[in-house]
Design a protein around this ligand. Structure first.
Ligand code: MF3
Ligand code: CO
Ligand code: CO
Length: 255
């Protein structure tokens, strides 16, 4: 097994899948407010992906995952299962969207604020976004994966936050999770070198407290051990001849 370099035709399909994933985040924005349940957000996204986009929500039935999107609230780190949880003023929630269109995947997530979250929650969300941007800015042919991880870890830890180690970014294409694993921590000058035509995600999970996590009994939801708030942002990227292209740009957002 190794890293799949995409052809021009495949890259075109990745652009389409990525754009659709970004558009789901754009669409759901107006629905993410106090009083809505995460299950309702899942239903709205599912209907939009299936009926409007004529695409497939990749999480549904993926290794048995029961819903079409992931919703991770406050101290939930990732892979939260949508359900009866009602969003309330002060919550932060990550919504993670992966769609399959014409056999190719687009994977992106972002944080939403409900009302006015406290400083700790809003700050970890801001730092996590900065970590994503700093990671993306490393992407060009010749960069090593360790350079990306190092840049992200430096920013998180110098901001007195921590990087979750157990989950990482990933190659993506016909497969949801392809090689390589893209760690959000590491040492400069280590790991494989990026080449034009690679497509992968960067999706740092950053905790306001300690980095340690645990898995809930539902076997999916990952939470911080110390119950500190956690935040994650994700994009699917293409390595170009001289840098990167963000394939999952959310319309109206800057990265
Ligand atoms: N979208 C997640 C990622 O970024 C994976 C979710 S897998 C699921 O890799 F099964 F929980 F949906
Ligand atoms: Co991903
Ligand atoms: Co994702």
């Amino acid at each position: 097994m190794s890293v799949i370099i995409k052809t021009a035709k495949e890259i075109e399909k990745m652009r389409v899948a990525g754009r659709l994933a970004g558009e789901v985040l754009q669409m759901i924005r107006s629905h993410v407010k106090a009083g809505v349940t995460t299950g309702e957000l899942d239903r709205i996204c599912h209907d939009y992906i299936v009926n409007t986009q004529k695409a497939i929500p990749a999480p549904l039935n993926y290794h048995g995952f029961p819903k079409s999107i992931c919703t991770s609230v406050n101290h939930q780190v990732c892979h939260g299962i949508p359900g009866d949880k009602i969003l309330k003023n002060g919550d932060i929630v990550n919504i993670d969207i992966t769609v399959i269109k014409d056999e190719f995947h687009g994977d992106t997530s972002k944080m939403f604020m409900i009302g006015e979250p406290n400083i700790r929650s809003s700050r970890v969300s801001k730092i996590a976004h900065e970590c994503l941007v700093i990671g993306i800015e490393q992407v060009k042919p010749g960069t090593r994966l360790g350079d990306i991880g190092y840049a992200i870890q430096q920013h998180a830890e110098s901001s007195h936050c921590s990087v979750v180690r157990e989950y990482c970014g990933h190659g993506i294409g016909r497969g949801f999770h392809e090689e390589p694993q893209v760690l959000h921590y590491g040492k400069p000058g280590t790991g494989i070198q990026l080449e034009a035509g690679m497509t992968f995600t960067i999706e740092p999970m950053i905790n306001a407290g300690k980095r340690h996590v645990k898995l809930l009994n539902d076997n999916w939801t990952v939470v911080t051990k110390d119950h500190s708030p956690s935040a994650q942002w994700e994009h699917t990227l293409l390595v170009t001849d001289d840098g990167y292209e963000v394939l999952t740009q959310c319309p109206g957002d800057e990265i």
